[in-house]
Design a protein around this ligand. Structure first.
Ligand code: AMP
Length: 218
């Protein structure tokens, strides 16, 4: 099972990718998580990526393609993977397609999770994340405990720099101009599935599995 999750920031790709990874016992490859870890560790990639991330801009394609190809070449991805946050430009999609063809690892499906913009802004501005284990909370839909510590590990919660309202607006613009065309790319290959991302996590996951069923069975 080789899956790509598309969708604007805040539609719940990360949460659904975790559920897919667990259900199909495949690694989740989330480029945002990889970059944030690199920033925190102060690696060269992290240093190069940080200013783009803080501004809500995309990190240059060349860096992203190298990073993802290295990750997908690792042994744990031989049995499948779920990509979250990549590809985000047409160029990334073309490069990925070529790499997967050469590696004889064609994708099973690309799923676009869709939520209306006002809801996205509401979700992102209220998102809080555990600095320690990465668990995310939402002040409205899934509030953290009263002491504002992570329910799972007791870690400190924080708001991502790019989850501030000004940056969210830019990220959504970038999504429309750069990432929407990626949907067409997979539609032309008959690989695109569209899933509504409103409703509970469980409902969205059910819709997602239903959308994937034909692809899994062929
Ligand atoms: P995310 O956690 O997926 O919202 O990603 C956070 C930020 O990391 C994005 O706003 C970009 O700055 C950067 N990023 C993540 N994935 C990519 C990608 N495929 N291409 C370019 N930049 C990316």
């Amino acid at each position: 099972m080789r899956l790509i999750l598309l969708g604007a920031p805040g539609v719940g790709k990360g949460t659904q990718a975790n559920l897919l990874a667990r259900k199909f016992a495949i690694p989740k490859v989330a480029t945002g998580d990889i970059l944030r870890a690199a920033v925190q560790e102060g690696t060269e990639i992290g240093i190069r990526a940080k200013r783009y991330m803080d501004a809500g801009e995309l990190v240059p394609d060349k860096l992203m393609v190298e990073l993802v190809e290295d990750r997908l070449a690792q042994a744990d991805c031989r049995g499948g993977f779920v990509l979250d946050g990549f590809p985000r430009t047409l160029h990334q999609a073309q490069k990925l397609d070529k790499f997967l063809q050469q590696s004889q690892m064609p994708i099973t499906a690309a799923v676009s999770i869709e939520v209306e913009q006002a809801e996205i802004v509401r979700r992102l501005t209220h998102r809080r994340i555990c600095r320690h284990c990465g668990q995310d909370y939402n002040l409205i839909y899934n509030p953290p405990p009263e002491d504002n510590k992570c329910r799972i590990c007791g870690g400190e919660l924080y708001q991502r720099e790019d989850d501030k309202e000004e940056t969210i607006v830019r990220r959504l613009q970038v999504y429309r101009t750069e990432t929407e065309p990626v949907k067409k790319f997979y539609a032309k290959k008959s690989k695109l599935k569209i899933v509504r991302g409103s409703g509970s996590t469980e409902e969205v996951f059910e819709n997602l599995l239903a959308a994937l069923t034909p692809a899994i069975c062929t």
